[in-house]
Ligand binder design. Structure first.
Ligand code: ZN
Ligand code: ZN
Length: 273
């Protein structure tokens, strides 16, 4: 199993960090978690085209995690030689998001159908909504979902991917909670979006201060990793941003609470489990 942090940014645009998305490759399948800004550019760096995606999973419907969902839907559609619905799994609300996304694309769909004689079908999504339990069990890959705590954003989920005796957890956004601990228990790797309160507090923007109370701090992520007994903790989506040269501070804050390996991910970092 290989985990690649395709995009490690937050809502704040960063030339070095695309929006949040993580690729898990297992059993010859490409599983995409979240569709942040420029996800297809990062996938193309790995030589992966949209039709090659087996499944898309959404942790929640916050804009930074779905900005390029429409790009995945459209580009998969126009690049596929035959009808190939996009398989999407996410929390309740995901089916409505897919419906609205396809509705938003209506003009584009009309123009492309009119222009290409060999394109005779419309884009479509095959959506499964999950909150707690098995999200996928196929060809040796098992994906388990559990609710996370990112209130007032609700519902939100984290995912645990298991294959060949290995497990990685994509925690998404949120603060520590029992169901996240359960999801992470004994996993080889835990990928968590994080913030650092002292960085946020140094920026005099009241709206920015709000991000502290619904994201895990690096210390929170370290404590969750320690409680769950994971092997490696990957910090991603640093909120509001990680000033270049301060990466070690983010890692140190987590490592103070967790004795395993800790990384602050950059775009296109890959980890083999
Ligand atoms: Zn969020
Ligand atoms: Zn986010």
């Amino acid at each position: 199993m290989r985990v690649t942090t395709l995009g490690t940014g937050s809502p704040i645009p960063d030339p070095k960090r695309a929006g949040p998305s993580t690729l898990v490759q297992a059993g010859g399948q490409h599983l995409l978690f979240d569709c942040g800004r420029a996800v297809l550019m990062r996938l193309s760096a790995l030589g992966i085209t949209p039709p090659a995606l087996a499944h898309v999973f959404l942790t929640h419907l916050h804009s930074d995690h779905i900005t390029d969902f429409n790009d995945v839907v459209t580009t998969r559609w126009v690049m596929s030689p035959a009808p190939s619905p996009l398989t999407v799994t996410g929390p309740p609300g995901t089916a409505e998001l897919a419906r609205r996304t396809i509705a938003m694309l209506a003009d584009d769909v009309c123009w492309r159908l009119a222009h290409h004689d060999d394109l005779t079908w419309e884009p479509s999504c095959d959506v499964t909504e999950v909150l707690d339990g098995i999200a996928l069990d196929s060809e040796g890959i098992r994906v388990v979902a559990a609710p996370t705590d990112h209130r007032p954003v609700t519902p939100t989920v984290g995912f645990r991917v298991e294959h060949d005796g290995r497990a990685v957890v994509i925690g998404g956004d949120g603060v520590p909670c029992d169901s996240l601990d359960r999801l992470c228990s004994g996993a080889d790797m835990y990928v968590q979006t994080v913030t650092r309160a002292e960085v946020v507090r140094s920026i005099p923007s009241p709206r920015l201060q709000d991000v502290i109370d619904y994201h895990s701090s690096c210390a929170d992520a370290g404590r969750t990793a320690a409680r769950a007994g994971v092997r490696t903790l990957v910090l991603t989506h640093p909120v509001p941003f990680a000033v270049p040269g301060t990466e070690h501070e983010w890692v140190a804050e987590a490592a103070a609470h967790f004795g395993g390996e800790v990384h602050l991910a950059a775009d296109l970092d890959s980890f083999d489990l």
